[in-house]
Every structure is written in C-alpha cells, then in structure tokens.
Design a protein around this ligand. Structure first.
Ligand code: GCU
Length: 447
C-alpha cells in the first residue's frame, strides 16, 4: 500500500512540474519560446533588467531565501482594504461593494493577474463517459467531461477542458461538491484503496464519507504552465496567437476562468448542488484556488493549500519565495505582464494592492488558508497568516468572523472558529493532513 501511495505521489509530482512531463527536446523548445515571449513583454514595458529571485534549494548559496523573521518585513505598511483611493474610510457594506471592492478588483486585474478578455468564446460541455464505479468502499457515479471551447474565430488553436465529476451512487438529490485543480488519471487508473483505517482515507473518500461529491479540473487543458504556451490555450485562442499586452490575463486567471466554466456545467447537472461547490488546490493550484474564490462569487468555500507567493502570501514579505521569483521567466506566465515591473524598476512595496486584499475579495464566503511546516517554508506560512489577518476587517464589515487574533498560532493549532480560517500542519508540502480539518470547517456550511 505504501508503495502505491508513494508512486501515486511521484506521478502527481511528475505531472505537477510544468516541464518534467516533456522530453529534453520539447523542454529546450519550450524554454526558447518562453524566453522570447518574456523578452517581448519586457520590451513592451520598457524594462531592461529585472532583479533575480532567491533560491529555495541550497542553504549555503548566497542567494538562499530569507527565513530570518527580523528581515522579513521590509515594507511593513499594507494598503488599507477599507480606505478608498480618495482617502475616505469605508464604513458600510454598500461602500465596500459599490466603491472599494471595484477599486481593488481593478488593481488586481491591471497589475497582478491580468484582465480577462471581454469576449471569450462559449464552452460546449460534452459528457464523454458515465460509469458506475467504487472509490474505496464507496459506490459512486463518475462522469468524464470535455468542455469544447468554440474556436471558429481561430481554428488552429484548440482548447478542450478536461473535467471529471464523481458523486455518491446512493445520493437522493443533489449533493455538495469539492472541486480540485488536479490531475485526471488515464483510463483504468484507480485511486489506491487506502484500506479501512479512517486515518488513511484519501481526500476523495473523506468527501464521499460526508455524502458529498468531488470533481477534478485539469488546469493544463485550459492553459499550459509555461510562457511558451501563452500564444496557445485559452489565452492564445482569445488573442489569436499573438503576444499578450501588459494587462492581459496570465495562466492563474485563465485556470480560474476554467473553474468558472466547470461551475457553469454543475449548474446544469442535477447531481450537483451548485450553491455548494467548493474549490481546492495546492501550491500553484493553491494560488489558482484563491484567485478563483476572489473572482467568482458563486464558489461557496475555498481550501487554499500552500499557495505561497502569488497566492495568499503577502508580496511585501521578504521570506521564502519572493516577487522576484514570480517575475522570472519560469513563473511570469502565471501573472499579468504588468507584474514584471515590480521585479524590475519597482518593488513589492510599490504594489497598489497586496494579498490580504485578494483574501478580502472572497468575503463574506468561508476561506481556509493553510500549509505544512517542515519542508514547506518556501510558502511563508507567516506571510499567509498576516495576509489573512489583513483581510479580516472586510469579513467583519460584512458581518462575518475573522481569524480572531493577530498572534501567529502554533503548528497543528488551527484558527478555525471564524469564516476566515488558518492552519499549519506539521508535515511537508502537501494538502493531505489538512483535509480532515477542512472537512469539519466545510460541514458548517454544507449542511
Ligand atoms: C515552485 C514555485 C511555487 C509553486 C510550486 C508548485 O516551488 O516556486 O510558487 O507553488 O513550485 O506549484 O509546485
């Protein structure tokens, strides 16, 4: 069993790394095209040099990431989510929704994640397979779906979104569903049966044990995970294969768009209670999860695992991964082109908004921000906690409960009382150990 679990983990790791599933030749070509795209964006912005990122690998390297808390807050002042650009205080929910929410959204659109095009072709969902199946001891019905994006305006670029939906076979009526940004395994692959010790249930089994369903969205079928792919996928399709403009959307915003289209489908499927669809993702997909929750208010709850830089972590922190990593040629494609400025002529302290305001955009809906500890320092748990604290006032303004403290909690001590919650498990870079805590949290909303 252990062996299977390990190889499953390895498979996920291999798939999750943006390059490793390609041959050396393909990697070289992706790299070359990426560098060209990256250079194009720098020249559109008039940037001649960007600062290098820090390294997460070798503690002895001179550019090793900072983990010294006394150096971690070079820009201690965060923009106030409850002060308008004209200096007026936001004192009511109405002022939040009518004025401040829009200001913050505009800044995230233009500077951080990029704008979604105004016209995006329709997605036509096709159910390609319906199967009675089992997951562990649970009898389920699994649907495989493909979302064909209308490409009549640019037939050379094809986008087929891959989605799977699994619901309990014995459900009477629609059920809540947790959707993960993840991997759709090849036909015949079974999620390893983890035996009958409750402690070892896979997250899918834990969800099914509650009577809920789960869905998997394959983000790379929406948008590739490298700069070379920016002239393809949904970004390339809407651009007709041209380079992005500086405020055009990046991969994170594109993956988010894919999640919204999956939710469109769920709204048409009687097996799903579309008012109770949650979203979950880990690492780069943790980032995508938070962006999804911020941008699509139909999602009921979010499980944001180890999202780090570009996710829940404050950009203004100097700990673990930093802005200059996000603006490198390996990661800039996640973001708007404009974001590159903050790794070049500008710096993190110049950003008009920071991640506490991304969390605020999710309010009043429930959000769980979490990570591991040992082996997960790169995501800067404290920087994510500080962002959650900073988003709290908006939850309170909208009549909800924030974290309830600004004291960083001990590992394995969840701050789980409010609608905005936080926990660090003691393991590494994985969402696994936080699932039971999340499910308890979600049970308060998925009655
Ligand atoms: C890298 C990257 C992170 C990202 C992670 C992943 O470590 O620096 O920002 O979250 O990959 O998604 O696996």
């Amino acid at each position: 069993m252990k062996r299977i679990a390990v190889s499953l983990f390895t498979a996920i790791l291999l798939f999750s790394n943006s390059y490793s599933q390609f041959s050396k030749q393909a990697r070289d070509s992706i790299y070359k095209i990426t560098v060209g795209d990256y250079q194009n964006m720098l020249s559109q912005l008039g940037i001649t040099s960007v600062r290098p990122g820090v390294s997460g690998m070798d503690p002895k390297a001179p550019d090793y990431a900072n983990y010294d808390e006394s150096k971690a807050n070079p820009y201690p002042n965060l923009p106030d989510p409850l002060v308008l650009k004209n200096g007026k205080k936001v004192t009511s929910a109405k002022m939040w929704w009518k004025q401040r929410y829009k200001e913050i959204m505009e800044d995230f659109d233009r500077e951080i994640y990029g704008r979604m095009p105004q016209q995006i072709p329709k997605v036509n969902w096709e159910v390609t397979e319906v199967k009675n199946d089992t997951v562990g001891k649970f009898k389920v019905i699994t649907k495989k779906l493909v979302g064909h994006v209308d490409n009549s305006a640019c037939p050379t670029i094809k986008v087929d979104i891959q989605l799977s939906l699994t619901t309990p076979a014995d459900a009477n009526g629609s059920v809540p569903v947790m959707m993960e940004f993840g991997f759709i395994f090849p036909p015949g692959f079974k999620i390893p049966n983890s035996g009958n010790k409750t402690k070892e249930l896979s997250w899918q089994e834990q969800v099914l044990a509650k009577g809920w369903g789960f869905a998997i969205l394959a983000p790379y079928s929406v948008q590739a995970d490298h700069g070379a792919g920016l002239t393809q996928g949904i970004i390339g399709l809407t651009n007709k294969g041209q380079f992005r403009k500086p405020d055009d959307w990046g991969a994170l915003r594109a993956w988010t768009w894919g999640a919204s289209r999956a939710l469109d489908y769920f709204e048409t499927d009687k097996a799903v209670d579309a008012k109770k669809v949650g979203i979950e993702g880990h690492s780069r997909f943790g980032k995508a999860t938070l962006v999804t929750m911020a941008y699509d208010s139909r999602f009921a709850i979010a499980f944001v695992s180890s999202s780090g830089a570009g996710g829940a972590k404050l950009h203004r922190r100097y700990a673990g991964e930093v802005v200059e990593n996000l603006t490198s040629s390996g990661e800039y494609h996640w973001m708007a082109g404009n974001f590159l400025k903050y790794g070049g002529p500008l710096n993190a302290g110049d950003l008009p908004v920071d991640s506490h305001e991304l969390i605020a955009l999710c309010a009043p809906r429930p959000v769980f921000i979490c990570s591991g500890e040992v082996g997960d320092a790169w995501v800067d748990a404290r920087g994510m906690f500080m962002a959650a604290v900073g988003g709290g006032p908006v939850y309170k303004l909208l009549g909800k409960k924030d974290l309830g403290t600004d004291v960083f909690p001990k590992v394995e001590t969840g701050l789980m009382e409010g609608d905005l919650t936080f926990r660090q498990h003691s393991g590494g870079h994985t969402s696994g150990p936080n699932w039971p805590t999340f499910i308890e949290f979600a049970s308060r909303y998925f009655k």
